[in-house]
Design a protein around this ligand. Sequence first.
Ligand code: D5M
Ligand code: FE
Ligand code: ZN
Length: 492
Amino acid sequence: MSQNKEAVKRKVLAEATRLGILLNPEALSMLVENYDEKMIHTVLGKLVEEIREEGIVVSKKDVERVIGGAMKMGVSLGVHNQILAKDVEERIEVLKSYEARQASDDLEARRKYFADRYSKISSILRSRVDMVPYYPLRKACSLPDRSEGKTIVMVYEKRENYLVVEDIDFTTKIWIPKDCDKDLREKIGRLLPDSVVGVSFYVSNSRLFCRSLIFPDVPIKRFKPAEEDVSVILTSDIHYGSQKFSEKAFIRMIRWLRGEGLTEKEKEASSRVKYIIIAGDLVDGVGVYPQQEKELKVRSIEEQYVGLSNLLSQVPEYIKIIVIPGNHDATLRAIPQPPIFNEYLEKLNNSGNLISLSNPCMVSLHGVKFLVYHGTSMEDIATFAKNASYDRPENAMEIMLQLRHLAPVYGSRTPLLAQGQDDLVIDEVPDVFHTGHVHVFRNGVYREIRLINSGTWQERTRYQEQLGILPTPNIAAVLMLKNGMVSQIRFA
Ligand code: D5M
Ligand code: FE
Ligand code: ZN
């Protein structure tokens, strides 16, 4: 077999494995012989549908039937058979979106909040990991020397040689052994104040020592593809109204969505787009940071939303736009932030094509679950965790998933609505995790969850220069719901 064919074979096999289909050798060579880059997804997709009923290994006959059927219909399965997003019915389900809650300084409400966090994450831990023999902290501290066990704690403080931890009714120190292994060191590096984790401990000289840390983490589950071949644009941090908003690049993206001036191949990608998700900082706002007015082009927030609306209303009408607020938008500051205030949303939603949700929110598109969050807490994560930094937002996103919380650190830079229930626990595992805020485009995969930090449409501001932040503007992410593939398009 030529090298080329060998490569094709590997591609077909990889794609089949991803879709969970077994090919017999004849079927495989038939797919390799008839390989067409554009049609392979469709052919394998059809095979998945067909064998789902029969539940067996795909044979040569199955492949012939699928390829033959496609030819009879007179389509090449490539460009001409593309499924146009405008002909596909919308399938949006809002799974979580939070409205404004009454805020107060009630200490009891704050106590409840942390108790809720502790209890939710404890249940996740216990459902995922064997926590036996389990001891509440008070009991653990009274065990005789050389006892071992497990406990669940909220981290109050991280020190060089110990952690100050607490559970519902007890506070103590857990010592980090001097000769602790690399895995434990590394986990301590990622541990955040106020996060909830499991500890495997032993008792020595009447003190608790940490043998290992157990993060609640997420299970590995396969990406569940949508049946419809439509895509989603993931973006954020438009900062309309800022002098540094790259209007030209943004308009280029809208023209791309309209199919203007595109090659056939580009048109194919653009016509699949059915949704846009904007993860906050739609406008630059007013008075968000010191001396911001000097960097504003549009000085009223109403006018900023009107201006952005004029742009967004040029997006083709069959594309639904899902928006959440960020720290620059017109809504309450504390997270969960309720949706953008109605009086501003009215200005923004000129086209009537917008769905406005809270920050964070969870939404399902054709069965694919998106956790969308602006990402303000990444500043705290970069401060407290060793391997997280502004230019590697995917590491912070991984830490959030491992700790099953979007913003563990309380009382630092991230304003949290710490009252009653804790809505920032990641109790439902998403297929796609989408954030913004740090203005750096990065994507990755963690345990089959697609991670996308969607960058910005704002060039570097003077304020960001002072902070040493290097943004990567004018890139949009495109996610294909049919297979979970993420690509990036530069509109610079
Ligand atoms: O945030 C844009 C970028 O600036 C993001 O990387 C966070 C960072 N940022 C914003 N405010 C601060 C402060 N006060 N200190 C440090 N870093 C900050 P945006 O939300 O778009 O303004
Ligand atoms: Fe921003
Ligand atoms: Zn922001």
